[in-house]
Design a protein around this ligand. Structure first.
Ligand code: GLN
Length: 617
């Protein structure tokens, strides 16, 4: 490594390089020789790979050199056996208790003949017998395909290691026959032992092992390819047997010191998993007397200590799950309201409360949310849980939210969720628990703006019905004309032109030259801008009696946003020219209009200011 490359390399990679350097000099251990082909390994081969649960790969040394997976295949085969059979079928044939015995011990549980766990050879051969498939080649195919999903590349068998193990594997054949004797395997055990030899001979690199481990850390989804390799519900079983039995007769000390579920193989590989966080793959052929890679153990030990990776030293749950909260008098939807309605929202908007949540929602974090909501219910009518910044919402969070919904409903408070695309499980869960009859209690909106608008509308339904509706609103009711006499209004009537727009038509386009001011006589329009992300964001929705396009009256700049008709719309258009000309013959009209324009702009600015103070951009 040159000093140039360290200047720009990741500190994590620098650490792995250092670790590699430190342990490359360790010369203890013996390369396995009982499978003759393995004896050809160079004791100096040494690779380390760390992969985060979101798919960042850090690798140093011989991280891309191929070797056979050997016993590291066992946890994956166990996971497949769980997928292909019922759990009780699997448990009837393979236990889950660690043994103090070596990996190849010829011992089975007395009485039942069950191998004690799936990480010793006996249990692994029994698990191979549980892989689904019509023929042995079909089963092997399924194994190779699944392992390839875990690794994110096409894995193959190292034929010479397979041949070598097959000609010398009498001990494993003896285990196979013992399993047959106790009916753990049915039929001829030879093909199953052969399948086991083949699974052990799959060729991997320690980069592959790192990614396979990270896939287990990531609930079964390969974080590099995004593809699922094993159903999430079986990952905990696989990791459990790795934690208790993965390192054979060293398993107790391993979990005590290193604290990560792991599995070793006699070709010198070790794979370790820190659930939710990362996976580690190490390759170094010299083994200790228990069959675990000497350098592999040292590296894991150091890594765990240095980065605090011990499972039982887990980081604190993020209690800052409620990032921000505000109410409906502080932040309003972008539906522009009449002055009266605005006043009403200032006064009674507190009945709407928004909780902006962040991070993962599971029992401990959802509990904080539910606790906060329940502690502040006085005068509440609407509670909005904003999921935009959440990552995963698991089943226990869904369950707490369902309970919350029921409690609030009983108090006549509506619970609303926004950005529910972040919680794909939530709708299904609510549907299941609430049933057809009560699914109406579950409210979800794409964003907070729509949810706020809905709450405000419900609030106004009782308090302040909107004017306009289906009929053309007479000019005396236009906000912009407040303070004008009837004669003055009739002067303006003579200057304006009525224009109709169909639903969805573009009233004003961004970039257009601005020629007129619009006053809505009937219907509703929305103003939207295109965000940097390409998404459309609604800035405002105007309804009858309101004016838009007024900024151009003041600064003559081109249109800055798109205005689209949400309904059939009729607008009165007043050209900038006509407005300017008022100065000569009707200066008072112009003054009143300018004052009203200033008034409407200042209320928009106040809304923006309030939001800035809440959101702290
Ligand atoms: N194929 C090897 C065997 O059965 C696997 C053993 C191991 O990696 N610990 O002997």
């Amino acid at each position: 490594m040159t000093s140039d490359s360290t200047a720009t390399s990741s500190p994590v990679l620098d650490y792995l390089h250092k670790l590699h350097q430190t342990h490359a000099g360790v010369l203890e251990g013996e390369v396995a020789t009982y499978i003759p082909e393995l004896a050809k390994a160079d004791p100096n081969w040494f690779g380390i790979c760390l992969v985060t649960a979101d798919g960042q790969v850090y690798e140093v040394g011989d991280s891309q050199r191929e070797f056979t997976i050997q016993s590291i295949s066992k946890p994956f085969i166990y996971g497949m056996a769980l997928e292909d059979n019922t759990r009780s079928e699997v448990l009837a044939k393979i236990g889950m208790e660690p043994t103090g015995d070596a990996f190849n011990a010829i011992s089975l549980e007395s009485g039942t003949g069950r191998p004690r766990n799936p990480m010793i050879n006996a249990g692994a051969i029994a698990a191979a017998g549980l892989i689904a498939g019509k023929s042995m080649s079909g089963r092997l195919q399924r194994i190779l395909e699944t392992f390839s999903l875990f690794a994110g590349r096409d894995l193959k068998i190292d034929e010479s290691v397979y041949a070598s193990e097959s000609t010398t594997g009498h001990r494993n054949r003896a285990i196979g026959h013992m399993l047959r004797n106790f009916d753990i395997l049915d039929g001829d055990p030879t093909p199953v032992v052969d399948l086991y030899f083949k699974q052990c001979s799959i060729s991997v690199t320690c980069r592959d092992l790192g990614i396979m481990a990270a896939t287990l850390a990531n609930h079964g989804v390969n974080p590099v390819t995004g593809k699922r390799a094993i159903r999430g519900e079986y990952v905990e079983s696989v990791l459990s047997v790795m934690a208790s039995c993965g390192m054979y007769d060293y398993a107790g000390e391993w979990i005590y010191r290193v604290g990560m579920p792991a599995k070793s193989g006699v070709a010198g590989g070790i794979m370790a998993v820190l659930p939710g966080q990362l996976g580690i793959g190490i390759f170094s052929p010299p083994l200790d007397p228990r069959g675990n890679s000497v350098r592999g153990i040292k590296v894991c030990d150091d890594l765990s200590r240095h980065f605090n990776l011990h499972l039982f030293n887990s980081p604190h749950v993020n209690k800052a799950v409620v990032r921000l909260q505000y109410n409906g008098s502080e932040v309003n939807s972008s539906r522009v309201r009449s002055e009266k309605q605005m006043g009403e929202l200032r006064r009674s908007g507190k009945v709407i409360r928004v909780y902006q949540l962040q991070g993962d929602l599971f029992f401990s974090t959802a509990e904080v949310v539910v606790r906060e909501v329940m502690s502040d219910l006085e005068h509440k009518k609407f509670v909005i849980l904003d999921l935009k910044r959440t990552l995963e919402v698991n089943e226990s969070a869904c369950s707490l939210f369902h309970q919350l919904l029921m409690k609030l409903a009983a108090l006549d408070i509506v619970l609303i969720f926004t950005h529910t695309s972040h919680a794909p499980m939530l709708r299904r869960y609510m549907k299941l628990k609430l049933g057809e009859s009560a699914i109406g209690l579950y409210h979800a909106f794409d964003d907070n703006d729509l949810a706020l608008e809905w709450c405000e509308d419900r609030l106004f339904l009782k308090l302040l019905p909107e004017y306009g509706g289906e009929n053309l609103l007479p000019p005396e009711k236009y906000e912009l004309f407040q303070g004008l006499t009837l004669e003055e209004i009739s002067v303006l009537k003579g200057l304006m032109r009525l224009q109709k727009y169909g639903v969805g038509s573009v009233v004003v386009n961004a970039g257009d030259a601005a020629r007129e001011l619009f006053i809505i006589a009937r219907g509703r329009v929305s103003v939207t801008v295109t965000l940097a992300s390409g998404l459309q964001k609604r800035l405002a929705t105007f309804s009858s009696g309101m004016a838009f396009g007024e900024m151009a009256m003041l600064d003559n700049a081109p249109r800055s946003a798109i205005v689209v008709a949400d309904t059939e719309v009729e607008c009165q258009l007043l050209t900038i020219e006509a407005f300017e000309n008022l100065e000569k013959d009707h200066p008072r009209i112009k003054i009143v209009l300018l004052r009203n324009l200033a008034h409407s702009l200042s209320s928009k600015l106040r809304k923006a200011n309030r939001e800035v103070s809440i959101f702290d951009y």
